[in-house]
Design a protein around this ligand. Sequence first.
Ligand SMILES: Cc1cc2nc3c(=O)[nH]c(=O)nc-3n(C[C@H](O)[C@H](O)[C@H](O)COP(=O)(O)OP(=O)(O)OC[C@H]3O[C@@H](n4cnc5c(N)ncnc54)[C@H](O)[C@@H]3O)c2cc1C
Length: 318
Amino acid sequence: MILVLVDHDRGVLDPLSLRALTAARKLSSDVQAVVMGRQGAILAKEIGEYGADTLFVATNDVFADYTPMASGKALLELVTKINPEAVLAAGSPRGNEQLAHLAAFMDLPMAAECSSIKIGNPHEVTRARWAANIFEEALVHSDLLIATVLAFSVEPEQVGGTAEIKEFEATLDAADTLVRVIGRGNESKIGGISLTDAKVIVSGGRGVGGPEGFGILEELADLLGGTVGCSRVVTSSGWRPHAEQVGQTGTKVAPDLYLACGISGAMQHIAGCKNSKTIVVINTDPEAPILNYADYAIIGDLHKVIPALTAAVRAARG
Ligand SMILES: Cc1cc2nc3c(=O)[nH]c(=O)nc-3n(C[C@H](O)[C@H](O)[C@H](O)COP(=O)(O)OP(=O)(O)OC[C@H]3O[C@@H](n4cnc5c(N)ncnc54)[C@H](O)[C@@H]3O)c2cc1C
């Protein structure tokens, strides 16, 4: 049996978790899932449809919001009780962090961001290294495999079925809740389109010039039914919240259209956007590395090109 940690943000499912459920289904017909927090129980229907027949719900009040070490402790308690062959989660920053805590509590290895998994003795995994520029084949010598599934390496498959909810309250120490969310600087994003879900991302880099420059990107993103992303220079400069950062240390995305505006195309940025179906680049520099990944490119000043694009989309829609 394989246990899958399904991650959610206060009841909003992380769609990468559905891919982790599918990866588990490909390994075993016996898949069970776990969510942290009572709000996660509303996901039971979807989790059942993606192949888990049981959904364990950790009901401790601390799981009202993300509490990664406590998640690891709750997972430890559940794993000890139900004894799975493997524990999987999405290869997202949160999935990686929560399973790393489980592995640390159990003093076991953890394989992060695996593009393939074979359970055995030892377990065989292929995992992404160096922002997925290198894929490493590794053997994991432990009875229990603890691994996360590389973002977008598995297509989610609905298989039907229902998940029976089983609640449990984990035994936690005060130390388990020392790391927890105490506030957010981007509450306005809640309810909007998340980067992971977005079909269109209009992403800005240093070339945007400052926080006020993002107005034209927001306008175009709204018009196309998408959302705004950015590079790390932008978040480090405080122009946009970290939740919008695309890349190795941000969010990995796979929209239909990724519009990279004033972004040079550093390896760490490409790691986050290379699964996009179509990449359109707007850059003043015809030698910018991101052009190597572009399906289409406009060499020009984004402050002129984006308003012209927005006007053209409006005109085309009458
Ligand atoms: C461990 C590590 C992790 C990292 N993780 C990430 C990550 O997750 N995401 C990430 O993005 N980066 C990450 N980085 C940083 C990364 O290496 C780059 O520094 C960063 O991506 C560069 O951001 P940028 O493209 O916005 O800026 P720059 O590299 O400065 O590029 C700006 C681009 O804008 C163009 N430009 C300038 N003016 C205009 C204009 N008016 N119109 C059009 N184009 C214009 C320029 O030609 C240039 O190509 C990481 C780095 C490290 C070391």
